[in-house]
Design a protein around this ligand. Structure first.
Ligand code: PMP
Length: 313
């Protein structure tokens, strides 16, 4: 006989302070890595989901039973689904067809709904469908690609934790790939709030196949091997607003191999962590081994069992 419990609710945020660990290369630099995959739903997106939904709750934009709709092919939907479950909100994720079934299952397990948008329209089709649904139902749209509170979450939480945990001074450089741009912008601004002008580096995946390297910007940033890092969609990321910004092109296959190496070293990370780590090494090569270079490991390897990350090499 199936047992069911009476409803219960968790009344505090589970997005947590994550460890900042030094990863030291033999005879080379140390990279300070923020283990964001240790957030409870498995990614750094718990930060923005908690921050945005807590604010929406405080300001009366949502209350018990309200619906939240978000367009995302990955971690943000899962984080939103988890926080909605905690707050007693209903959740619908709009994802392009073809996204792995594990993701839909996780969202449904949290009590969320999954709606699919046409595969060939990618994330833009998902955004259109999310807006349409919200118009129809009055649902709250977090809009991670344009909501300044995305960056604000990293500015007031993630950046502050890094400043508190980094021994021997403030960071000299901060390195991240761009999806929504919330991580790089929030960390950059948060470090400035603490009087620290860390040099920003954006890690940009370059797609490579047997015929060589595609260097035009569209191909470069659309590398499907590094899910979550597609900067064209973001309305938050404005390169001209990041003083001293340097863009580092990283081959996606190298990023993937680096992620595998990080896994072999005991970090259960996804592809974008490999991208960030390789770019951080390049930043350290530019700035010298003594520089304090900070990056993030955004999510966990378990989301990628059916992808190239786990292909036999
Ligand atoms: N890595 C992964 C796995 C992601 O899902 C994302 C965001 N979509 C990023 C990196 C990039 O982070 P941000 O959105 O803060 O730019």
């Amino acid at each position: 006989m199936a047992h069911s419990l009476p409803p219960f609710r968790l009344w505090s945020s589970t997005a947590s302070s994550t460890p900042l660990v030094p990863v030291r290369l033999d005879g080379g630099p140390t990279i300070w890595c923020k283990l964001e995959f240790l957030n409870p739903s498995g990614s750094t997106k718990d930060r923005i989901a908690s921050f945005i939904l807590a604010k929406a709750w405080r300001t009366g934009r949502v209350s018990e039973g309200s619906r939240v709709v978000e367009a995302s092919s990955g971690s943000t939907s899962i984080a939103m689904a988890m926080v909605c479950a905690q707050l007693g909100l209903k959740f619908t994720a709009v994802m392009p067809e073809g996204v792995s079934s594990e993701r839909s299952k996780i969202i449904r397990a949290y009590g969320g709904k999954v709606t699919h948008s046409p595969r060939d329209q990618g994330i833009f089709g998902a955004l259109d469908e999310a807006r349409r649904l919200a118009d129809e139902t009055g649902a709250f749209l977090p809009l991670q690609f344009e909501n300044p509170d995305n960056a604000e979450a990293h500015r007031v939480c993630t950046a502050r934790e890094i400043i508190l945990d980094l021994p021997g001074g403030t960071p000299d450089a901060v390195v991240s790939g761009v999806g929504t741009g919330g991580t790089i912008l929030g960390l950059y601004l948060g470090f400035r709030d603490h009087g620290c002008a860390a040099k920003p580096y954006v890690a940009r995946p370059i797609r490579r196949d047997e015929s060589g390297v595609f260097s035009d910007a569209e191909c470069a940033s659309a590398s499907s091997m590094i899910p979550g890092v597609v900067e064209q969609v973001s309305k938050l990321y404005k390169p001209e607003e990041l003083e001293g910004l340097e863009i580092l092109d990283i081959h996606d296959r190298a990023a993937l191999e680096c992620a595998r190496q990080l896994i072999r070293c005991g970090f259960p990370v996804g592809p974008s962590s490999g991208l960030n780590f390789l770019a951080a090494l390049e930043a350290a090569a530019q700035l010298g081994d003594a520089a304090r270079v900070v990056t993030v490991f955004p999510d966990r390897m378990e989301r990628y069992f059916s992808t190239a990350l786990f292909d036999e090499t």
